[in-house]
Design a protein around this ligand. Sequence first.
Ligand code: CA
Length: 231
Amino acid sequence: MTAKILVVEDEPAIQELLVFNVNQAGFDAMRAADAESAWEQIRQHLPDLILLDWMLPTTSGIVLARQLRSEEQTKSIPIIMLTARGDERDKVLGLESGADDYITKPFSPRELMARIRAVMRRHIPTLSDDKVTAGELELSPVSHRVSARGKPVDLGPTEFRLLHFFMTHADRVYSRAQLLDQVWGTQVFVEERTVDVHIRRLRASLEDSGLDGLIQTVRGSGYRFSTVTAG
Ligand code: CA
């Protein structure tokens, strides 16, 4: 799934430049010129990362970053702060407001992309090509292979993405709506019971190895992946 990056920048030329580079790097760019339209965008589509200008009209980037951090839905979205200021004190303030990284204008597209990729790798393991291991399960995004107790497991593309998401987000409960958003993407209209169908298939594929119990149903809430047996 292509990662979505929300660009929040009020200067049209810089916004254009950012959007161009983000798209060029293979991500999906969303754009907003102020905090209010940023929230509108976020409500439609949860972005995977936000490039946030410090100096915005009405609500500053710092205030918006704090708002993002205080809301359940948005608090874990990584933020890269953009600013013309190079002051060390401002940098600290930016990071304290909840930004994950900081980039000073003018920046080169290469530097920008390197920062984006670094933050993505840290925060969104499903977008990285790193091999993931959880207990006796191993998943390789590059070769699209999964093995359970050393034996290959045959998975469909959705089950593969679902398992990748679970393995990189272990021990947390996700509702069906959250799984749809994270694994299918919000742009796709899928009914919530579709999640159950794919969970069932995923479990069936893991049955042979006896690892199907890693996908746990949390009654009334959703699903959780855990290598710790539910008590
Ligand atoms: Ca600005």
